[in-house]
Design a protein around this ligand. Structure first.
Ligand SMILES: Cc1cc2nc3c(=O)[nH]c(=O)nc-3n(C[C@H](O)[C@H](O)[C@H](O)COP(=O)(O)OP(=O)(O)OC[C@H]3O[C@@H](n4cnc5c(N)ncnc54)[C@H](O)[C@@H]3O)c2cc1C
Length: 387
């Protein structure tokens, strides 16, 4: 899906870029589908960060398209970072589940210290956000260089680690690592977006005709810090509720205007340019809107973002495709920029620390002003409301 069709303030359809057939470089037709209702279930946006456990498709397309169409987003500052993803150069951020720490894994810094001792009474079993921030802090040397942090299970002797964790053991073996024998290098990675398209408890967004469910939606049930494994439940419950709401609302079918022109493919050099811009955006977001945030840094992140958007627009314009992007990757890059801006502006507006959102310059909770959800409206204003 590349676009939502809105007429008189209601979503009446969606545009789909048809999968490429024919010779390489052929134009990609856009099909416009009329719909009584559209449900967005396009998942999260972990790809906005350089370090993520999410798959490559998690580029926040549905969230960006809903916002462009006029729907409000909510709680976009609340991105959950999983504390322990595998940290090896050129390896994906493979998730090293909490179950490892549940079975006794310790966290050690590069001096061999169990640093969680000074951080939280529950040590390695402290909440996700606490452990993730502790690892992030341990991982930064005084000169700003990266210091390794490790998961250590070498002392766990009462269970067969390979039998208990066959998937993780097999994944680690590909890199010559063994849970029973080696220190496993870890770092936090963006994992789950608590925010998303604002919905009521029946999946209705603030834009008539548009519904959302799953990680793309923000029902508010996860607050500022989702508990592990609740997203499966959320998808099931709110997916079904949204379907019931669509049937109950029984909106009429309306014929939309003609579909926009086909996408003209980018050249390999242009695709490469888009790819490197995405990489720059991901690194900037990690630095400026990651686990430890502060105003000056987030403002620098906004500047990087504006530069990235400008260069992406140049690529579209050079191809005569403005404002429509002309490849899937370019479309995803626009989505990532959109999501990045909503995260940065929402995080700047929340001048406190709560759940997954931590600000070095406002390290405490401020319930009086901020025990509320943030809303990011069409005009990019952030406001806080209790709902
Ligand atoms: C490594 C890992 C482990 C996890 N473990 C757990 C767990 O143990 N328990 C738990 O509850 N949760 C877990 N989660 C979170 C959970 O998997 C996700 O929150 C959940 O899968 C989201 O489901 P969804 O249906 O909303 O989106 P997804 O499952 O992400 O599906 C979104 C779909 O939308 C498609 N899509 C995206 N953009 C477009 C577009 N523009 N047009 C058309 N289609 C599009 C994608 O290709 C994808 O098929 C884990 C997540 C990760 C990454």
């Amino acid at each position: 899906m590349t676009n939502l069709v809105v007429e008189e303030g209601r979503v009446i359809g969606a545009d789909l870029a048809l999968a490429k057939e024919g010779p390489f470089g052929a134009a990609q037709p856009i099909e416009r589908i009329a719909a009584r209702a559209v449900l967005i279930a396009s998942g999260g946006a972990g790809q906005v960060y350089s370090d993520t456990t999410n798959p490559a498709v998690a580029t926040g397309d549905g969230i960006a398209l809903a916002h462009v169409a006029g729907a409000e987003l909510a709680d976009m500052e609340f991105y959950q970072f999983h504390p322990t993803a595998l940290s090896l150069p050129d390896a994906p951020r493979f998730l090293l589940s909490e179950a490892l720490r549940g079975e006794g894994a310790w966290l050690r810094n590069d001096r061999g210290e169990r640093f969680m001792e000074g951080v939280h009474p529950l040590l390695e079993l402290a909440p996700r956000d606490v452990v993730a921030r502790a690892i992030a802090r341990e991982g930064i040397a005084e000169n700003g260089a990266q210091r390794p942090v490790h998961l250590d299970m070498r002392h766990v002797r009462d269970i067969d680690l390979h039998q208990r964790f066959p998937g993780i053991s097999a994944a680690l073996a590909r890199y010559g690592l063994d849970l029973a024998r080696d220190l496993i290098p870890v770092r936090p990675a963006a994992h789950y977006l608590m925010g998303g398209i604002r919905t009521d408890l029946d999946g209705r967004t603030t834009l008539p005709g548009l519904y959302a469910a799953g990680e793309a939606a923000c029902t508010g049930v996860h607050g500022a810090n989702r508990l592990a494994s609740n997203s499966l439940l959320e998808g099931l419950v709110f997916g079904a509720r949204a379907a019931q709401a669509i049937l109950a609302d029984a909106l009429p079918l309306q014929k939309p205007a003609a579909a926009p022109p086909a996408w003209q493919p980018l050249s390999p050099a242009e695709e490469q340019q888009v790819e490197s811009l995405v990489g720059e955006l991901q690194s900037s977001m990690w630095i400026h809107a990651g686990l430890l945030r502060e105003e000056a840094s987030m403002r620098a992140g906004l500047e990087d973002l504006s530069a990235c958007e400008f260069r992406l627009r140049e690529i579209s314009a050079a191809r005569g495709a403005q404002p429509a992007p002309s490849s899937r990757r370019l479309s995803e890059a626009h989505s990532l920029c959109h999501v990045a801006r909503s995260i940065l502006l929402s995080a700047l507006a929340r001048t406190e620390s709560r759940g997954a959102h931590f600000r070095n310059d406002f390290p405490h909770r401020h319930d009086e002003s901020f025990r509320k959800h943030s809303s990011f409206d069409r005009d990019r204003n952030v406001r806080f409301e209790a709902w």
